[in-house]
Design a protein around this ligand. Structure first.
Ligand SMILES: [Zn+2]
Length: 307
């Protein structure tokens, strides 16, 4: 078995596109197939409030979407176990060799993140990329003069071949031997984890003083995703709630709920934005600029510091 959680094939989480569906496996498949692959489901409580969430929808594949009645954090509960997902979702096609070098779109995304990190001036340039996937950011960060290291639940051969120092396992369980980092980055990873609060607490414990946390996630408060949620509620979509991508997403964040989670883990938010990375022209360009200015894009990038 070989899989890793970050940045799967064909990930396209911008406005107007379906969130992060890798090719193959169970994505888009009928409910009966999904139910056969996930015989067991586990209930999850809100990690911030320790409160039982309330189900607000069932998606077209029979997966449960729930919301904490106290803090409004949305999560997948009851959910398949991570071990079942490892077999049924994160198969060997989840990452591909051609993802190992970043494509043009990812280079724009990564460049923007590195620019922002350099503005925020962490104490040094040692960065831990959690969920390093095929290793594209391990390579990109090094090109930009950063000392990048990575972890993943299961490392891909391309991450191992990147030349970067890498560790295998869920972040809270990795033993770093006293290593400290100036930046810890979770790029489209946190929404896949078993417990995002324990991931962020583990990140805090390996950050140097003055270190910066960077989290990229789908933004459920983004304009086009809100429209899709209303269409799903009203029964106007053939594949209801597909935009939540609950087949591999266990947590669904907005700027408000992600900020609260980050604060609960001992950070304060320094900056957040919703970068629109598509290259558009004409009226679409004007719309994209407006979405970015209003911070209602489909991707949320949040930067925080330990307090
Ligand atoms: Zn809560």
């Amino acid at each position: 078995m070989m899989w890793a959680m970050c940045e799967p094939v064909q990930r396209a989480e911008e406005d107007g596109q379906t969130m992060g569906e890798p090719l193959g496996s169970l994505f888009g498949r009928p409910r009966a197939e999904v139910e056969a692959a996930f015989p067991d489901r586990e209930s999850v409580v809100c990690p911030i409030c320790q409160v039982e969430p309330r189900r607000f929808a069932v998606d077209f594949q029979g997966l449960s979407l729930a919301r904490c009645p106290t803090c409004r954090l949305e999560l997948h509960s009851p959910r398949p176990t991570l071990e079942q997902m490892a077999r049924a979702v994160y198969g060997e096609h989840y990452h591909r060799a051609d993802e190992a070098p970043a494509d043009a779109r990812h280079r724009r995304q990564y460049g923007r993140q590195v620019d922002r990190l350099e503005q925020l001036q962490p104490a040094g340039r040692r960065l831990l990329d959690v969920g390093c996937g095929a290793g594209a950011f391990l390579r990109f960060g090094r090109e930009r003069g950063w000392d990048v290291e990575g972890t993943d639940y299961v490392l891909t051969p391309w991450a191992r071949e990147s030349g970067a120092r890498v560790w295998e396992g869920e972040l809270p369980l990795v033993e770093f031997g006293g290593a400290r980092f100036d930046v810890v980055r979770f790029n489209h990873v946190l929404e896949h984890t078993r417990d995002p609060l324990s991931e962020l607490r583990a990140a805090r414990s390996v950050l140097s003083p003055g270190g910066v946390l960077l989290i990229g996630v789908p933004n459920l408060a983004g304009a086009s995703l809100r429209v899709k949620s209303w269409q799903s509620r009203l029964g106007l979509k053939g594949k209801r709630w597909r935009h939540y991508a609950a087949l591999h997403h266990l947590w669904f964040f907005t700027p408000a709920t992600l900020s609260r989670l980050v604060e609960t883990a001992g950070f304060e938010v320094a900056h957040w934005e919703t970068p629109v990375l598509a290259l558009s022209r004409g009226p679409r360009l004007a719309y994209d600029r407006l979405v970015e200015r209003l911070r209602t894009g489909g991707i949320l990038d949040l930067y925080a510091r330990a307090v």
